[in-house]
Write a protein that binds this ligand. Structure first.
Ligand code: PLP
Length: 301
């Protein structure tokens, strides 16, 4: 059920200079079709659907959604039905073309219709139309989504000795809803800190969402820290970010996209250069994927 993500040392001058080692967990490389943290966030939802006797999944997202992309790819790969409720009006993005090619049934809700997704009764007509499908919230969040991400630690621990590492001191990753971070904080149970580089500005409710997951899991506290890496807002890009992404790809061979992974690694560089971590610190950087989405933006170098 869980494809293995490779763990590689990241060799970049700004890390060497500071005496800091970073290993990158490549969730973008788990499968030719299914990519990124969205797959791990889906796994418990798929189990729940199976348990409920559903023959597929219905969920929602935008026209560049990594979540719908992973869901549609999983449906194609594993042979279950998928329905996607999309924000806005019909458009042909590379993501949307993939969703159709993977066999996902699409419904465009408009903007107002999509905004109604948190209202009571939103799901009723969809449940009536698709009674055999299991509904998954936007982005695959909540405790089930977080539990699927706990596996990432198992994958890291299994590959540590290949790097010559006996241990590491923390995690660094991009955050949107904080679900992936919450999964890591749960499985660490306070042993190592999890640093979340926010791709959305602080006010988007990430901390309360993480706290709710931690409480629902029955954990008293979790060791995590959030910092704003959004550079002015979700999906806002600038020349420094794009230059950094291009340079990093040339130097390390690691492809990044500008919404999550590029911002998260640039924020790490800034923190390392500001002296946040002592020399000798070893960190795991989670490459959360998302590369399919960058085709939709004319901003990649
Ligand atoms: C969705 C996404 C994230 C954010 O994950 P959360 O669990 O919502 O915090 C990070 N990186 C990429 C590439 C994503 O697609």
């Amino acid at each position: 059920m869980f494809p293995q993500a490779p763990l590689n040392l990241l060799q970049l001058d700004w890390l060497t200079t500071a005496g800091i080692e970073v290993a990158i967990l490549r969730l973008d490389q788990i499968d030719p079709l299914i990519s990124g943290n969205k797959w791990f966030k889906l796994v418990e939802h798929l189990k729940a659907a199976d348990h409920a006797g559903a023959d597929g999944i219905i969920s929602l997202g935008g026209a560049h959604s990594n979540h719908l992309h992973a869901l549609a790819a999983a449906g194609k790969r594993l042979g279950f039905k998928t329905v996607g409720l999309l924000r806005g009006h019909p458009q042909e993005t590379p993501t949307v073309k993939d969703l159709q090619a993977f066999g996902m049934q699409l419904h465009w809700l408009g903007y107002g219709g999509y905004r109604a997704r948190h209202e009571p009764g939103f799901w009723l007509p969809w449940q009536a139309q698709y009674p055999t499908l299991h509904a998954v919230p936007e982005g695959g969040g909540g405790l089930p989504g977080a539990l699927g991400c706990a596996t990432l630690k198992v994958q890291v621990d299994a590959q540590l000795s290949d790097l010559g590492w006996s241990d590491y001191h923390g995690w660094w990753l991009a955050c949107g809803t904080g679900t992936t971070l919450a999964g890591l904080a749960l499985v660490e149970a306070g042993e190592r800190p999890v640093y979340g580089a926010l791709a959305v500005p602080d006010d988007h409710g990430v901390a309360p969402h993480v706290e709710a997951i931690v409480r629902e899991a029955g954990l008293a506290t979790a060791d995590y820290q959030l910092l704003d890496a959004s550079r002015g807002g979700f999906a806002k890009v600038d020349a420094q970010l794009l230059g950094f992404i291009e340079q990093t790809e040339q130097l390390s061979g690691v492809p990044l996209e500008p919404l999550y992974t590029g911002k998260a690694l640039l924020a790490l560089k800034q923190q390392v250069e500001a002296g946040r971590f002592a020399s000798g610190t070893r960190l795991i950087f989670v490459h959360t994927g998302g590369l399919q989405g960058r085709r939709g933006f004319a901003v990649t170098p």
